[in-house]
Design a binder for this molecule. Structure first.
Ligand code: SAM
Length: 249
């Protein structure tokens, strides 16, 4: 009779292919749907998941819009599964979405958390098109929270909108969020531990590190994961430099 090697069969495979620690931040390369639920509680989930977008159209301008093709190639136009937001495992959530998703996502978040608000990033330099609708000058994000994780910041920080330009990204990713937008969001979330399960190039992580928060990021694309590691390493060094400067003053 062969005795099965129980310790080996019990050892579950890790759900991620890489884990990198940078100061108070931990980054996982892999599928957020397999990883997030193994990590336990986070005070806040801040996420910019794939939107639901109709990428057809664009007419004669289409050729100039390289990021449209990249969004399609990387399947960032197919939405996300709401089950990744478990209101029993976090105190609050911030979710970016396309304006067409606002009604459905609001209903879901309003039903899962005690409070919620729709906020907006106004782009000061939107694409100069309007076709049969409005200019693409606003992106929405929904902030939903439970009592102990209410909106943070001073009165002046608590506006529901921020206006800033769409930056020219050096990070080879079609949908990088500007530092100013992410810094505002991190100022407004209550709590100390932040997780971004759709981390991309690490924009949430940079803002979290600069604000002295604990950060966990998940990204499945190895190229974007590597960019996030670079960006967060630089942010960590900058945060340490500023802290040393402050201590010396
Ligand atoms: C809209 S982008 C986020 C961009 C990010 N906010 C930034 O500023 O760089 C969404 C990211 O989620 C990643 N992603 C999509 N599905 C994923 C999954 N199941 N697990 C982990 N990452 C995923 C994509 O590769 C993409 O980089």
């Amino acid at each position: 009779m062969t005795v099965p090697n129980r310790s080996a069969s019990r050892r579950a495979a890790k759900p991620y292919s890489r884990m990198v620690t940078i100061g108070d931040a931990t980054l996982y390369q892999g599928d957020a749907y397999e990883i997030l639920h193994t990590l336990g509680w986070f005070d806040v989930l801040v996420m910019d998941p794939p939107y639901v977008i109709d990428m057809s159209g664009g007419g004669k301008f289409r050729a100039d819009r390289k990021h449209f093709s990249e969004i399609e190639e990387e399947e960032l136009d197919r939405g996300f599964d709401y089950s990744i937001i478990n209101a029993l495992m976090c105190g609050a959530v911030v979710v970016f979405c396309h304006n067409n998703q606002v009604p459905e996502l609001s209903t879901f978040l309003n039903g899962s958390f005690e409070r919620f608000t729709i906020c907006a990033w106004h782009k000061s330099n939107p694409m100069p098109v309007a076709n049969k609708s409005y200019q693409p000058d606003t992106e929405f994000y929904i902030h939903a929270w439970n009592r102990d994780f209410a909106v943070a910041g001073e009165l002046a920080d608590k506006k529901r909108h921020i206006t800033t330009a769409v930056g020219k990204s050096d990070f080879d990713h079609p949908t990088v969020k500007p530092d100013a937008v992410m810094a505002k969001i991190i100022t407004n979330v209550g709590g100390r531990s932040i997780c971004d399960p759709f981390m991309g190039t690490g924009s949430t992580g940079v803002a979290a590190i600069m604000a002295g928060k604990r950060f966990v990021g998940i990204e499945k694309n190895p190229k974007h994961f590597a960019t996030a590691v670079e960006r967060l390493t630089a942010a960590h060094a900058e945060a340490e430099r500023l802290a040393a400067e402050q201590e010396a003053a």
